[in-house]
Design a protein around this ligand. Structure first.
Ligand code: TMP
Length: 224
């Protein structure tokens, strides 16, 4: 059985992850790929409970360290019960956020030590890293405005603009550190253009080559 591929979708608040996750899932299924779509924090019963606790504004103050450990506790559960079994069965896993979000939010936003995050990443994930990460990037104000239209803000969404600026910077730094794996997609453009850019990257991963010039041949080779 050929192991499936692990794709993650990242970005700040309100960049359109949900819409584009559904788009990618459809796209892969049209190419006869069996896809498990999931999210973090969450993806198992216990991890979804941890998610609720993490997003609840009314809970007791959650320390930065507790928050970090809860993210990795949820992740550990998710990997063992959902991600690894699916990949082993040859399914592709499409995950709304993964460890780059921890580098961005807990590392960038909360200023937690990167070496500590790395240590937990190695402990919880072993060798597991995404094969491809799509980073939807937009100016912070654009995302916050979109997120605001969805209704009440959760514990993270209630943070200051400066927090989200740090999150965005940390995401872009991750993309700089791992250019082979992380592809930046500009999210503040018409949805059709966002999805054209996304499908180009996915086609490359499928070995079909890009339909337009958004992905150069050098990057195409590097994704295989
Ligand atoms: P969502 O907005 O994608 O539903 O994610 C829920 C929140 O969790 C979001 O504000 C980002 C945050 N988060 C972290 O802070 N660290 C992480 O590792 C993950 C996966 C999410």
């Amino acid at each position: 059985m050929i192991r499936g591929k692990f794709i993650t979708l990242e970005g700040g608040e309100g960049v359109g992850k949900t819409t584009n996750l559904a788009f990618i899932k459809d796209y892969l299924e049209q190419h006869d790929i069996s896809v498990v779509a999931t999210r973090e924090p969450g993806g198992t019963k216990l991890a979804e409970k941890l998610r609720q606790l993490l997003l609840d504004k009314k809970s007791e103050a959650i320390s930065e360290q507790t928050e970090l450990l809860m993210m990795f506790a949820a992740r550990s559960q998710h990997i063992k019960h959902v991600i690894e079994p699916a990949l082993a069965q040859g399914k592709w896993v499409l995950c709304d956020r993964f460890t780059d979000a921890t580098y961005a939010y807990q590392g960038g936003g909360r200023n937690m030590k990167i070496s500590v995050i790395e240590g937990l990443e190695n402990l919880v994930q072993g060798n597991l890293r995404p094969d491809l990460t799509l980073l939807l990037d937009a100016p912070v104000e654009v995302g916050i405005e979109r997120a605001g239209k969805r209704g009440v803000f959760d514990r993270f969404e209630s943070e200051q603009i400066s927090f989200f600026e740090s999150v965005r910077r940390a995401y872009l730094l991750q993309a700089e550190l791992y250019p082979e794996r992380i592809k930046i997609v500009k999210a503040n453009q018409p949805l059709a253009d966002v999805q054209r850019a996304i499908s180009d990257v996915i086609r490359t991963l499928l070995g079909l080559g890009g339909m337009n010039n958004a992905v150069s041949s050098g990057r195409r080779r590097s994704l295989k």
